[in-house]
Design a binder for this molecule. Structure first.
Ligand code: CA
Length: 226
């Protein structure tokens, strides 16, 4: 597990790094917000432990920047006791948890473990391919973070395609899985439904002709672009 710690207080950083390493985590430390944001934007961390008050760029601004860029890495904020408003703002900006200073490193590590468990559970219900994200629990689909307004059937169809990105699915397979037909009704229901989904996605932003996430494979069926 890779942890990024962004914390300017040397003492805290030292004991947190030591604690994580003892538990087998790999830790990278940055002592200011600018370097912290740069490292976080590079990605590759399983969790980010982020102080709020930092020289350079503050923790909330880093959090906001990452979430705006679509980065969903779990983030735990470290806050001072008197920063209640910051904590509330942090959670509304997409932080996953927070811990008030002073704290025991054991508690921080326990929180990080809990966070990682929770996130991996949630991730199984999330399908993300390219810019499209599907949530099986809330049955919602978002494109670049904006909701695509789909009917139940359209949702089932896109979920079926997204489960096997890059694989061509025939109209017969789609009819069987999404409509429950074990015969070809000789209608173009599949094509019509695909067209509607494409239009809805395209209406949310400039999706160039031929760049829809759902690709037609002439004479065979459809494929969700990887
Ligand atoms: Ca600080």
């Amino acid at each position: 597990m890779n942890v990024l710690l962004v914390e300017d207080e040397r003492k805290i950083a030292d004991f947190v790094c030591a604690g994580f390493r003892e538990q087998g985590f790999l830790v990278e430390h940055r002592d200011n917000g600018t370097a912290g944001f740069e490292a976080a934007s590079h990605g590759g961390y399983d969790v980010i432990v982020l102080d709020i008050m930092l020289p350079g760029r503050d923790g909330l601004s880093i959090l906001k920047g990452l979430r705006r860029a679509g980065d969903t890495t779990p983030i735990l904020l470290l806050t001072a006791r008197n920063e209640l408003d910051d904590r509330i703002e942090g959670l509304s900006l997409g932080a996953d948890d927070y811990l008030a200073k002073p704290f025991f490193v054991e508690e921080l590590i326990a929180r990080v473990h809990a966070l990682l468990r929770r996130v991996s559970g949630e991730r199984q219900n999330i399908l993300a391919v390219g810019d499209l994200r599907l949530d099986r629990i809330t049955r919602t689909v978002t494109w670049h973070g904006e909701a695509v307004d789909l009917t139940g059937r359209e949702f089932n169809l896109i979920e079926y395609l997204m489960r096997s990105p890059g694989r061509v699915l025939t109209r017969t397979q789609i009819l069987e899985h999404v409509w429950g037909y074990d015969f070809d009704p000789s209608t173009n229901v599949v094509d019509v439904c695909i067209q509607r989904i494409r239009k809805k996605i395209a209406s949310l932003g400039a999706v160039a002709e031929g760049e829809s996430p759902i690709e037609s494979v002439r004479g065979v069926g459809y494929r969700f672009r990887k």
